[in-house]
Every structure is written in structure tokens, then in C-alpha cells.
Design a protein around this ligand. Structure first.
Ligand SMILES: *Cc1c(COP(=O)(O)O)cnc(C)c1O
Length: 382
């Protein structure tokens, strides 16, 4: 039996055709018809479930998309940006690229995402301590589960602070009938190798006007002013997605809905099969409105007092059975690199991090694989 990976990419078949076309037409340069086509595909697809107008810019990574969102918002040294603590470091790093300070906010139990009440307390406390309001709020839809966006946006609006949604893991997840990434001032997606779809590395920034999208493209291509010679009046970046990578993305857009359905089915199967196993809890999100997670990764919580082993012991057992698993993201307020950053905690992310494990959830995982993985989990209990 070969190894079962956490989140392996899956090609639909059309990808090679788009990439070959790029070669045949010598568009092996950055930008070209696949980039335009991929952006249009994303706009059409996202518009199916968006109350806002959608304009998409294809970029080199999800991280560069977050960075450009902060550039667009004029985040500068001395500013503070509120960031969900329970996330991957890529959410927080771009705050530091801009010389700003991340302020970390903990999660609530229902979704594992930014706690809206704690968010408001944080804003008030920062105002009291620094005399200034934070310049942006960065919630995350972790593991595909939508954050409580209505509540977060209500708090943000009360203080006039823009929200950048990190939907890197949540392509296709729905909150109150809207796709994650379409609700904030800006939203970002990732097309890294293990995300919902891949371009072998890439990302997108979701904007709500053509003017904003054009401005993002300007910053993403070295901020070249429209002069006959090279004229620069702003610091620019080389952040565009290549035409070859975008070709992979165009092919992936033909299978994105199937991928989402498959990950949801895998989650349902895990939930059914693990229901009877005391001490193992499959994360089932609870929110205050209709949500539909894409279940990018299925997460389980291990209660050592009941099962008699720790999360790490389970991971080791799975590893020996050729199954890849991974602890949940370690919260940013526990990371040495962010030790100096202010943080507002409530114990939720630390508690979940201690005992949580991600198990194989990619579209290449079969029902038999899920059954095998569950059997391994059950066996360890004896
Ligand atoms: C993957 C990821 C990113 C970064 O995306 P890249 O395309 O890898 O740069 C950002 N935030 C979260 C939560 C992610 O999981």
C-alpha cells in the first residue's frame, strides 16, 4: 500500500492543454491569455455566490495577495493590524513586510476563527493604549470553516476599519450564501500545492471594483507609471502569476466544484465512522448563520484522558501506517518570532492546538483510505 497524503493535488486533465497552448503560442512569459482567462474564470465562478461585484487579480502566491491588500490599504511602519492568532504564519508575515505590528486575537470555539467579541475588546484596548485605531483586520477561514463574518464586519464598520479576508484555505466555503473571500474590503485565495485548487504555486486578490484591481496589477508589476520610459513613483513588486501557471489554474477551474464535493464527502465519512469512538471528536463547525465549509482538511481532537494516548502518539501510529497527518497550526501568539506582538487570548486556540490533528482529506483520498485510517485510529485505542 502506498502512502496516504494529507492533501495531494489532483489534476483534472485539461491543465496540460492550457499549458501546451502557452508553449505553442510562445506565451511562456509572465502575463498572457491564460492569466486573463484564469482571472475571468475566477470572477465568473465567485460571482455565483457574491453580493459584491468581483474583480480578481492572479498573483504569485496567497502571501503576496495579502501583502498587496495591505499595500492597497496604505499600511505603514507604526501601524497596527489585527490578525487572527490561530492561523498559518503566512497570514501575519506580510504585516511585518510593511513594517507594521500584528496584534493577535484569539478564536471562538464554534468555528475556531476570530472571536468577534474579543475583536471589539481588542480594538478598544488598542485605542486606549496607543491613542490610535488598528488600520486593518485580518480574519481567517481556517481549514475552510467560515469565520463569523457578519459579526466581524459589524464590529469593523463600527470603528471604520477595513477587513481583509484570508480565504486561502476556504475556496468554495459559503457563509450566509456568500463565498468566503468576497465579503471583506479585500479577500485572498491561495493556489499552493495543497490547497483546494493549485497552480503549482499562486494566489489571487479579490477586489470589488475594476479601479482597485487595476491598481493592484500596477503594484504587482513593479509600479511602472504610464510613461514611454521607466518611471517609478511608488515602491512596486514582482508578484504576478505566470502565464504557464495560470494555464494549470484554468484546468483546475473545471474540477474545483468536484474537488469541494469530494472533500465534503470525505469529511462526512470520517464523521460517520468516528462518531462511535469515544475521545475522538471530528471538528464540526457551529456558527450563527448558514455556513457550508469546504472541509479543506478534516480536523480531529484527541482527548488523552479518554483514549489513553496523546495527539502525538496517534500521529506516530498513523505515520507508521503510512498515513500523513499534521498537528493544527500553532497559534501566532505562541510563536517565538512574534513574542513582542500584543495578543488578546482566551485559551481557545491553545486548547485546540494541544490536542488537534489534521488527517488526509485531499481529492485523491478514497473511501477505502478513510476506512483504513479510521481502523488505525480505532486499533490504537485497544
Ligand atoms: C496557504 C495559506 C496562506 C498562504 O498562501 P501561499 O499561496 O502559500 O502563499 C495564507 N494563509 C493561510 C491561512 C494559508 O493556509
Amino acid at each position: 500500500m502506498s502512502r496516504i497524503w494529507l492533501s495531494l493535488a489532483h489534476m483534472g486533465g485539461a491543465e496540460q492543454g492550457f499549458v501546451r497552448e502557452a508553449f505553442d503560442t510562445n506565451w511562456v512569459v509572465p502575463l498572457g491569455p491564460n492569466v486573463d482567462g484564469f482571472e475571468r474564470d475566477l470572477e465568473v465562478w465567485l460571482s455565483q455566490h457574491s453580493r459584491n461585484e468581483v474583480h480578481v487579480v492572479a498573483l504569485a502566491s496567497g502571501t503576496s495577495a495579502i501583502h498587496l491588500a495591505l499595500v492597497m490599504l496604505g499600511i505603514a511602519p507604526g501601524d497596527e493590524v489585527i490578525c487572527q492568532s490561530f492561523t498559518f504564519a503566512a497570514t501575519a508575515n506580510p504585516i511585518c513586510y510593511q513594517g507594521a505590528t500584528p496584534v493577535f486575537v484569539d478564536s471562538e470555539l464554534g468555528t475556531w476563527n476570530m472571536d468577534p467579541e474579543l475583536l471589539e475588546q481588542t480594538i478598544c484596548d488598542r485605542l486606549e493604549k496607543t491613542g490610535r485605531l488598528p488600520k486593518a483586520i485580518l480574519p481567517v477561514h481556517l481549514y475552510g470553516v467560515p469565520a463569523r463574518m457578519n459579526d466581524i464586519l459589524r464590529v469593523a464598520d463600527r470603528y471604520g476599519i477595513p477587513v481583509v479576508e484570508d480565504a486561502a484555505e476556504a475556496m468554495g466555503s459559503l457563509y450566509d450564501g456568500q463565498y468566503c473571500g468576497t465579503m471583506g474590503k479585500y479577500g485572498i485565495l491561495s493556489f499552493n500545492g495543497n490547497k483546494m485548487i493549485t497552480t503549482s504555486g499562486g494566489g489571487a486578490l479579490i477586489c470589488h471594483s475594476k479601479e482597485e484591481a487595476d491598481r493592484v496589477k500596477f503594484f504587482a508589476t513593479q509600479a511602472r507609471e504610464p510613461f514611454p520610459y521607466y518611471q517609478h513613483e511608488h515602491i512596486g513588486f514582482n508578484y504576478r502569476l505566470s502565464n504557464v501557471s495560470a494555464g494549470i489554474g484554468r484546468g483546475q477551474m473545471q474540477v474545483v466544484d468536484a474537488h469541494i464535493e469530494r472533500r465534503r464527502a470525505i469529511h462526512r465519512l470520517y464523521a460517520d465512522l468516528l462518531q462511535e469512538v469515544p475521545g475522538i471528536t471530528v471538528m464540526e463547525p457551529v456558527s450563527n448563520t448558514n455556513i457550508a465549509s469546504n472541509f479543506w482538511l478534516t480536523c480531529i481532537l484527541v482527548d488523552p484522558a479518554i483514549v489513553g494516548y496523546t495527539r502525538d502518539e496517534l500521529a506516530a501510529k498513523l505515520f507508521a501506517a503510512d498515513i500523513e497527518s499534521r498537528p493544527l497550526w500553532k497559534p501566532m501568539h505562541l510563536q517565538p518570532v512574534f513574542a513582542q506582538a500584543p495578543s488578546y487570548t482566551n485559551g481557545v486556540s491553545e486548547e485546540v492546538f494541544e490536542c488537534g490533528l489534521c488527517i488526509p482529506s485531499g481529492p485523491m483520498v478514497s473511501d477505502e483510505d478513510v476506512q483504513y485510517i479510521v481502523n488505525q485510529i480505532k486499533e490504537l485505542r485497544k
